[in-house]
Design a protein around this ligand. Structure first.
Ligand SMILES: [Zn+2]
Length: 286
């Protein structure tokens, strides 16, 4: 039912404007990480609705496309999972589950929208099914886009991740950052407090790779979420809620979303984090 999708979307407000923007020129492959497995699948359906909705306020949730996508009955919505042809759930995604769609992908979609193929929990791709999918992604497939869902991008083949546009959903349970990420986040907080001490960090030679910078951005999002839910959850969350008023937190939220996009575009990681620090600077410093 569409209400399930709508409910999940209402908990993932950070990514909705980004998805709407991406829908204007959909990337060939979207990787949805974070959240729960159910959240990821719901957001895949939301994406398919965005790309196929016939209503005005997309996704409307009431046109035929939206309703069929929600009910798994839409011709241009394909799901690849671990269930084999005998209906048995396998340890990995069988290669035949990828291969059976090869001829479908070669044809234009049935409807006027875009065919969306979702690889559900793509960390279960094995060498064979992973390579079959990779080969598919390497060829132009007009009218088709793909979605991979996974708990974290690190659990997928690097070659699949590098071909994907990554969207990170809010994590439901993990509260704490790793010590390394926590260190960077506390550096940001110190800068927001004092206006000092940040740029030495990012200008240190080899300080940051794209992956590390993404972790820092996501770590900062995690603390932001903690501070919104209950500031006493972690010291960083409590510091954050002391530094920013609600409007400032909302601005930080948008800035972190843009930073993720910039990193996906391969903007220099140090520059992206410097921008986050200066752009989010609390207006009223104490
Ligand atoms: Zn619709």
């Amino acid at each position: 039912m569409f209400t399930g999708i709508k409910e999940t979307a209402s908990r993932q407000t950070i990514v909705l404007p980004r998805l709407a923007k991406l829908a204007l020129q959909p990337p060939q492959c979207l990787l949805i990480e974070g959240g729960t497995a159910e959240d990821r699948l719901d957001m895949s359906r939301y994406w398919a609705c965005l790309l196929n909705c016939e209503g005005e306020n997309t996704p409307c949730g009431s046109c035929q496309s939206c309703l069929q996508i929600a009910d798994n009955a839409f011709n241009d919505f394909l799901l690849i999972d671990r269930i084999d042809e005998d209906g048995v759930e396998r340890q990995n995604i069988p290669v035949d589950n990828v291969r059976k769609y090869l001829s479908v992908w070669g044809q234009p979609p049935h409807g006027r929208g875009t065919r969306v193929t979702v690889v559900e929990e793509a960390q279960y791709l094995n060498l064979n099914s992973g390579n079959a999918l990779l080969k598919t992604l390497e060829e132009p497939r007009p009218g088709n886009v793909f979605v991979l869902t996974a708990p974290q991008r690190e659990r997928l083949l690097g070659t699949l991740v590098s071909r994907s546009w990554v969207i990170t959903l809010a994590w439901p349970t993990e509260v704490n950052n790793t010590p390394e990420v926590a260190e960077w986040v506390s550096g940001m907080l110190a800068f927001w407090r004092s206006g000092q001490g940040w740029f030495q960090r990012t200008s240190a030679k080899g300080a940051l790779t794209k992956e590390q910078a993404l972790k820092v951005v996501i770590g900062c999002q995690r603390e932001l979420r903690n501070s919104l839910m209950s500031p006493e959850m972690t010291p960083a969350a409590s510091a954050m809620s002391g530094l920013f008023d609600p409007k400032g937190l909302r601005r930080l939220d948008l800035i972190l979303g843009k930073a993720q996009d910039s990193l996906n575009y391969n903007v220099n990681p140090a520059l992206v984090l410097d921008w986050v620090c200066t752009a989010a600077m609390p207006r009223k410093r104490r």
